[in-house]
Design a protein around this ligand. Structure first.
Ligand SMILES: [Zn+2]
Length: 101
């Protein structure tokens, strides 16, 4: 994957997320749905910024769990993903079934 394209894509994700978050910051007294949405956006922003940081360090596209390269198809869908498909699946199973690992 072309690093410049990836950076542009991540910067765009960052800007749109920041703009979406700004809409919440002017509203006092958010309801539960709005609070959840705001938290989702904040989490996404952190992930996007972390991905930009990894890109700058030259370790973008490697799974944080097992170190394997994340497939380009997966990065194309979620450019800020931290995990390869296998680790993501394992993590989701652990969260859904904490006693079955
Ligand atoms: Zn992995």
């Amino acid at each position: 994957m072309n690093d410049n394209n990836t950076q542009t894509q991540l910067e765009l994700e960052r800007i749109t997320t920041v703009c979406a978050l700004n809409r919440f910051s002017v509203t006092a007294g958010l309801d539960t749905t709005q609070t959840q949405r705001k938290q989702q956006l904040e989490t996404k922003l952190h992930r996007v910024e972390a991905a930009l940081h990894r890109l700058a360090q030259g370790c973008y596209g490697l799974c944080l769990e097992c170190g394997s390269p994340i497939t380009p198809e997966r990065l194309a869908v979620i450019p800020y993903t931290e995990l390869c498909y296998g680790c993501q699946r394992r993590l989701e199973k652990t969260i859904l079934n904490p006693y079955v690992v």
